[in-house]
Design a protein around this ligand. Structure first.
Ligand code: ADP
Ligand code: ASP
Ligand code: MG
Length: 526
C-alpha cells in the first residue's frame, strides 16, 4: 500500500440530512483498503473507467433479509465488478419499513414505550446481521454505533410526536427512511469485508425531490448535478457507492420518501441521472412474470417486454416494480432488468424501450386487491364539471385515483382508490361537494370496499376486437361477475372491476384463457 494512503486514510462522510443521522466519519479503514487492493478490486491508478459499462443494481428488502441473503448480494456485486462499474441501491431489510411505520402509529396513539420496543427489536435484528457479516471487531463496533445513532433518531422523533399528539408528514418520512439508513452502511461494510471498496451514500445527498412527503417526485436536473459531484468521483476511484433507496430530500434538505416500494424508482432515477448502461432490479422472483406467482402458480417469466407494457403492469399492481419505476428512464432508453438474487444465473426479464410486439396481444395480468370503489351519484340535477372537480380535488390531496369512469351525462362518476386512502378520498370529495346546492348534503356519495381490479396488459389490446368480451365470458363461466370493464387511453390495458373474494378465481381463469403460461403465445384472438 502506498505511504500516501497509510498516512491519509480517507475521511468519508455519511452526510446527514435533516433526519439528523450522525455522520459516519470513516466508511472504510486503511486495513480494508489494503484488502481491496489485494483482491484487485481497487486501484490507485485510474484505469479504463471511462469506457467501462455502468450498471445500477437495486437489491430489494427480500434480497437483504438477513446475513445469508446479504452475502449473496455481496457475491453478485463482486462477480459483476470485472464487467462494469456498479452503483448499488438498497432497500431496508424486508419488513423493517412496516415496523417503522408501526412505531409512528404507536407513538401517535400515545404508546411511546411500545414504539421504543420496535427500535430495540430492529437493533437486535441488524446487530445479528452485522456480527455475522463483519470480521473486524473495529468495523463491527463502528457499525453498531452507527445503528444506535440511526435508531436514536427514530426514538427521539417518536417521543416528540407523542408530545405533539401527531406524526407530521416530515417526521413520518424520516422515520420510514431509517431502515434504508441502517442497511446501506451495513451492506457497504459487508462489501468491504469481502475486499470490495465501497462507501455508503445517503440518497438525501443525491436525489433531489419535490416536497410531497410519502410520494415525492424527483427533480432530475439537480439530481444529475449531485450525482456528478457525489457518485461519479467514487466510481472513478473504483469504489462501489451503496445508496439508500426509497429516500430523497427537497432542495432545502428535508427528507422525503418516494412511496412504498420506492427503491425501484430510486434505481431508475440514479440510472437516468448517471446515464447508466442498464439498471438491474434484483428481487426474489425470476423476473417479471405473466402474473403474481404467489397467486397464479402457472405464471411464467417474460423474457422481454416493452417499457409501456411493464409500466402498465407495475401501475396496475405488479409489486415487483414500483409504479413509477419506468418513468425515470423512458426518455433515456436505459434497459431495465428484473433478476432473481437467489438464482442469479437465470436470464430474468429485460424491459426495453421499443415495442416488442410484432404480434399484439395479451402479455400478462396484474391485480390490485386492496381497493375501494367510490361512487358519486348526482341525479338529474348534477352540477357542472363534477368529474373535473372531483378529480382535481383528489389530485390536490394526492389521493391516488387508480381508475375512474363516468356516464356520458356526467351525472354519475365512479373511481377507485387504494383502500388505505379511501377515508381521505371520501373526505376530500365530500368537502368538495357538500357546499354544492345541487347535491343534497353528502347524499349520493358512497363507497364500496373490498373490490379488486384485474388488468390484462399487452400491446394495443384495447383495440383488438373481442378481447374484452372473451375475458368477460371466461369470468362468467366461473361465476365471477365483473362490475365494469374499462381501459385507459394507453390502449395497452383492459381492467375488470370485481369483488376481492373472486380475485384468485378470476386471475387463474384469465391466465388460462389467454394461455399466458405458454411461452411464445400472445393471445389476441377473440
Ligand atoms: P423486493 O423486496 O425485491 O422489492 P417485492 O416484494 O417488492 O420485492 O416484489 C417482488 C414480489 O412481487 C414477488 O415476490 C411477487 O410475489 C410479486 N409480484 C407481483 N406481480 C408480479 C409479477 N407480475 N411478476 C413478478 N413478481 C410479481
Ligand atoms: N423499504 C421501502 C418499503 O418497504 C422501500 C422499498 O422496499 O423499496 O416501502
Ligand atoms: Mg419492492
Amino acid at each position: 500500500m502506498s505511504d500516501q494512503l497509510e498516512q491519509k486514510p480517507r475521511q468519508f462522510e455519511m452526510r446527514s440530512g435533516p433526519g439528523e443521522v450522525k455522520p459516519d466519519r470513516r466508511a472504510w479503514s486503511p486495513e480494508s483498503m489494503r484488502k481491496c487492493q489485494q483482491r484487485g478490486h481497487f486501484s490507485l491508478h485510474s484505469v479504463d473507467h471511462e469506457t467501462k459499462r455502468l450498471r445500477v443494481m437495486k437489491f430489494g428488502g427480500s434480497s437483504v433479509g438477513d446475513a445469508s441473503c446479504i452475502r449473496r448480494v455481496v457475491e453478485i456485486v463482486e462477480r459483476n465488478l470485472s464487467e462494469s462499474d456498479i452503483v448499488v441501491v438498497v432497500s431496508a431489510m424486508s419488513g423493517v419499513t412496516n415496523r417503522l411505520i408501526e412505531a409512528a402509529a404507536r407513538s401517535e396513539a400515545g404508546d411511546v414505550e411500545s414504539a421504543a420496543s420496535i427500535f430495540d427489536e430492529l437493533y437486535t435484528q441488524h446487530l445479528a446481521a452485522a456480527d455475522s457479516l463483519l470480521g473486524s471487531p473495529l468495523e463491527r463496533s463502528r457499525i453498531h454505533q452507527q445503528m444506535r445513532d440511526v435508531l436514536q433518531v427514530g426514538k427521539r422523533l417518536c417521543e416528540k410526536s407523542n408530545v405533539a399528539g401527531a406524526v407530521t408528514p416530515e417526521a413520518r418520512d424520516v422515520l420510514a427512511s431509517l431502515g434504508e439508513r441502517l442497511m446501506a452502511p451495513l451492506l457497504a461494510a459487508a462489501l468491504i469485508d469481502r475486499g470490495v471498496a465501497s462507501e455508503a451514500v445517503e440518497a438525501t445527498e443525491v436525489v433531489v425531490t419535490d416536497s410531497c412527503h410519502g410520494a415525492a417526485d424527483p427533480q432530475m436536473h439537480p439530481t444529475r448535478e449531485r450525482c456528478e459531484q457525489r457518485i461519479r468521483p467514487l466510481l472513478r476511484r473504483h469504489i462501489v457507492p451503496v445508496v439508500t433507496g426509497f429516500i430523497g430530500a427537497t432542495p432545502e434538505g428535508t427528507v422525503t420518501t418516494l412511496g412504498r416500494g420506492g427503491s425501484d424508482y430510486s434505481a431508475t432515477i440514479l440510472g437516468a441521472a448517471l446515464d447508466a448502461d442498464e439498471v438491474i432490479i434484483w428481487t426474489d422472483v425470476d423476473g417479471l412474470l405473466t402474473a403474481d406467482p404467489r397467486i397464479v402458480s402457472a405464471a411464467r417469466t417474460i423474457p422481454e417486454i416493452s417499457y409501456r407494457e411493464a409500466a402498465d403492469l407495475a401501475y396496475f399492481g405488479a409489486k415487483v416494480l414500483h409504479p413509477k419505476t419506468l418513468r425515470a428512464v423512458m426518455q433515456h432508453n436505459v434497459p431495465v432488468w428484473v433478476r432473481n438474487t437467489f438464482a442469479p444465473d437465470g436470464q430474468g426479464t429485460k424491459i426495453i424501450p421499443r415495442e416488442t410486439a410484432i404480434v399484439e396481444g395479451v402479455m400478462a395480468l396484474s391485480v390490485m386487491s386492496e381497493a375501494t370503489l367510490i361512487t358519486i351519484e348526482l341525479g338529474i340535477t348534477g352540477g357542472p364539471n363534477v368529474v373535473g372537480r372531483a378529480l382535481a380535488a383528489l389530485t390536490a390531496a394526492r389521493s391516488d385515483v387508480l381508475l375512474s369512469s363516468q356516464t356520458s351525462s356526467e351525472n354519475n362518476l365512479w373511481f377507485i382508490v387504494p383502500s388505505a386512502l379511501a377515508h381521505r378520498a371520501m373526505e376530500v370529495v365530500r368537502r368538495e361537494f357538500t357546499a354544492d346546492a345541487t347535491l343534497e348534503e353528502r347524499e349520493g356519495i358512497s363507497q364500496e370496499p373490498n373490490v379488486a381490479i384485474i388488468t390484462l396488459v399487452g400491446g394495443n389490446i384495447a383495440s383488438i376486437s373481442g378481447v374484452t368480451q372473451r375475458a368477460l365470458d371466461a369470468l362468467r363461466g366461473v361465476n365471477v361477475p365483473a362490475k365494469a370493464a374499462v381501459h385507459t387511453s394507453s390502449g395497452y390495458n383492459i381492467s375488470f372491476i370485481l369483488q376481492k373474494k373472486d380475485m384468485k378465481a378470476a386471475l387463474t381463469t384469465l391466465h388460462d384463457e389467454f394461455q399466458l403460461g405458454q411461452a411464445g403465445i400472445r393471445n389476441m384472438m377473440a
